[in-house]
Design a protein around this ligand. Structure first.
Ligand SMILES: C[S@@+](CC[C@H](N)C(=O)[O-])C[C@H]1O[C@@H](n2cnc3c(N)ncnc32)[C@H](O)[C@@H]1O
Length: 384
């Protein structure tokens, strides 16, 4: 995609770094970013991909900082499968430059931390609208790129490719996995991470959402997520990518040494782990997740405001804010991780798309208790 033709950027922003072919443009100036952004409902959004309806501004980067810190605690590091990642990023005996691609890099937290951990590796973060104000390590650069398009400018170049929490800007997540596979060199590592919009209750069962004016055991936070899930899904976002991550990844057929981890994060500092030390980590993770959730409410406000009256939004978001601030409902969020290395004989063709059949889901998904209610009829008649 040529952004200059689209009038988004000026000539002097295009450049070539390290002699590598580049997706679109590499930049580090806050001046350039104005062309990629638009104001909407009091926040700032990317201009390229209308299906990605979360902001790209200072507040959002602050939220993502907390989410990044939370995930660092959760994984005890930047990535799963450390043996595979470290092997793939070992300096090449023949001097070939090793390279990591972070797709949907956002505030570039992961990309910058990888650049520090692997100073001999070139780290590229791509995004619709990355944070351009942070000073980057020398071996890290950011590019504007829409991951809905093909990645042919990176085919067969990457030693590690990572994408975390990008599914709501991706219409066909299986095609996305296939493109990522094309970017890897044989033996290179794919790392994918997605969260769910379905929260779990203390017993790790689907959390009931608040209906009407709410009731005991019901959650407004789950209600906001339910609304956002459907609004984003209606925009074609891959909202089930987290839940389906392992299935999609294995079906692709390009990877070996595959692994899958499902992690539960308590929202807020509640509950105990086996040891005092583990309880402390659990509470730190929970507190970061709670703060992330409170800020996420504001990030979702513009999305909801396109669809609901102000008083309905205030009921939903105000209720969720109070609930999260008082920690009145104990819930878990769930994160999904997959990884694998590209086979030496990986197939070039992608498999036929997986036909999602909700009856195969082992648990109700997403919180279905609103479907068919009166509230459903009034709020949802526009939806499908
Ligand atoms: C929730 S943020 C996560 C950022 C980062 N991966 C992290 O974990 O901190 C999602 C990011 O993905 C980017 N994104 C979403 N859809 C995209 C697409 N189609 N192409 C490129 N970037 C995309 C967004 O612009 C946003 O910065």
């Amino acid at each position: 995609m040529d952004l200059e033709d689209e009038g988004y950027i000026s000539d002097d922003t295009a450049s070539v770094v390290s002699g590598r072919p580049m997706s679109v443009v590499s930049y580090n100036s806050s001046r350039d970013s104005a062309g990629y952004l638009r104001p909407h409902a009091g926040r700032t959004f990317n201009v390229m991909n209308p299906m990605y309806m979360l902001p790209a501004d200072e507040s959002e980067w602050g939220r993502l900082d907390k989410q990044h810190a939370m995930l660092l605690y959760l994984c005890q590091g930047l990535y799963e499968a450390p043996d595979l990642v470290k092997r793939a990023l070992k300096p090449d005996p023949y001097g070939r430059q090793k390279m990591v691609l972070d797709v949907g890099t956002g505030g570039a937290n992961w990309a910058m931390a990888m650049a520090q951990e692997f100073p001999h590796v070139e780290i590229v973060g791509t995004d619709l609208a990355p944070d351009t104000k942070r000073p980057l390590p020398e071996n890290c650069r950011l590019e504007i790129d829409d991951a809905r398009c093909d990645f042919s400018h990176y085919y067969n170049q990457c030693d590690v490719i990572h994408a975390r929490s990008v599914a709501n800007g991706i219409p066909d997540y299986e095609a996305f996995i296939h493109e990522m596979a094309q970017c890897l060199r044989p033996g290179g590592v794919a790392l994918l991470v997605e969260g769910d919009f379905q929260m779990l209750n203390e017993n790790k069962q689907p959390q009931a959402m608040a209906i009407g004016y709410g009731g005991p055991g019901q959650s407004w936070w789950q209600r906001v997520l339910f609304e956002a899930y459907h609004l984003m899904k209606r925009n074609d976002s891959s909202m089930d990518a987290g839940y389906m991550l392992d299935t999609y990844f294995r079906r692709n057929g390009s990877f070996e040494n595959c692994g899958y981890a499902r992690k539960w994060v308590n929202i807020g500092a509640w509950g105990h782990a086996e040891t005092a030390e583990q309880t402390q980590v659990r509470h730190k993770v929970g507190e970061l997740m709670r703060k992330n959730a409170i800020e996420f409410l504001n990030s979702l406000r513009p999305l909801l405001s396109g669809r609901y009256e102000q008083d309905v939004i205030e009921r939903f978001i105000g209720g969720a804010n109070k609930e999260l601030s008082e920690l009145s409902v104990h819930m878990y969020a769930r994160w999904h991780y997959v990884w694998g290395t590209l086979k030496y004989d990986a197939p070039e063709e992608r498999p036929d798309p997986y036909i999602l059949n909700f009856s195969e889901f082992p648990e109700p998904w997403p919180a279905p208790d609103i479907i068919g209610t009166r509230e459903d009829e009034t709020l949802w008649k526009w939806a499908y």
